[in-house]
Ligand binder design. Structure first.
Ligand SMILES: Nc1nc2c(ncn2[C@@H]2O[C@H](COP(=O)(O)OP(=O)(O)OP(=O)(O)O)[C@@H](O)[C@H]2O)c(=O)[nH]1
Ligand SMILES: [Zn+2]
Ligand SMILES: [Zn+2]
Ligand SMILES: [Zn+2]
Length: 249
């Protein structure tokens, strides 16, 4: 019996919640498809609310890091963990379709990391994260980083119970991403523009990118960072400290 959702051990329920596989199911009407999607998202939101309450009771700040593959999420995380270690309890949930490469990179910093392999799934959902919270060692008042599957589309729709989605966009991806994938930039509270060390070699237009991001989300905060050179990381660390909630009694 599953302690988060009360489901049985067979994988039927979990594979349903795991969401879509991007194949357009033959024979299903579009109304039926919309109904299925609403059911999945409705269920997800219930799990997300449980996760949010669990985190709030412990004063844990949870952040959902979302981006395209390779924008630098894991590099930014290892740099952040190294800098904050000893000052604040931290833990990481790593979402990947296959492999535990990223979790291994995180564990090398000494911070506990739990790997969730989504298989064919293209995003983490709140149910998976709820299970991870059962076994992840994280002290009250800590910061939980959730590295989502590299994908600018699906993770936008799934609330995991986090306090904020943080979207990482690297300057090698082109400045038009916020208007091409508006849902993600609309859902995020902070955009980290990463790999700014590469700007001298590119034609990336920073002002235009920021204008596009604010067009889809007028209140989005924006930070410029290089996870490899360390430029701008202090601003991100300050943002983290400000975002941390007080521990509730
Ligand atoms: N020049 C430069 N390279 C970077 C920076 N941040 C990350 N990289 C490089 O970009 C590549 C991908 O970085 P990762 O941290 O693995 O990216 P990721 O977002 O975790 O990738 P997925 O988990 O596959 O989605 C690696 O080769 C990093 O060294 C940066 O600020 N500047
Ligand atoms: Zn379950
Ligand atoms: Zn990664
Ligand atoms: Zn998808």
């Amino acid at each position: 019996m599953c302690t988060v959702c009360g489901c049985g051990t067979d994988s039927v329920e979990h594979s349903l919640i795991r969401g879509h596989s991007h194949s357009h199911a033959a024979g299903l009407s579009s109304a039926r498809m919309v109904q299925i999607e609403q059911d999945i998202l409705g269920k997800n939101n219930q799990y997300a609310a449980q996760n949010r309450q669990w985190l709030a009771e412990r004063g844990i700040l949870a952040l959902n890091l979302v981006s395209s593959p390779g924008s630098g999420k894991t590099t930014l995380l290892t740099e952040t963990l190294t800098r904050l270690q000893g000052n604040v309890p931290m833990a990481v949930i790593e979402g990947d379709q296959q492999t535990s490469n990223d979790a291994d990179r995180i564990r090398a910093t000494g911070v506990p990391a739990l790997q969730i392999n989504t298989g064919k799934g293209c995003h983490l959902d709140a149910h998976m994260v709820g299970h991870a919270l059962e076994s992840l060692p994280i002290a009250n008042g800590g910061i939980l980083f959730i590295e989502n599957v590299g994908n600018l589309v699906c993770p936008a729709a799934f609330d995991l119970g986090e306090a904020h989605k943080v979207v990482i966009l690297s300057v090698t991806e082109g400045e038009d991403k916020p208007i091409k994938y508006p849902d993600m930039f609309h859902a995020a509270d902070l955009m980290i523009l990463n790999k700014i060390d590469l700007l001298p070699y590119l034609t990336f237009d920073v002002a235009k990118c920021e204008e596009y991001a604010r067009r889809v989300n007028p209140t989005i905060q924006i930070l410029h960072v290089s996870a490899t050179s360390g430029a701008g990381i202090e601003g991100w660390i300050d943002w983290l400290i400000c975002a941390k909630p007080p521990i509730q009694a």
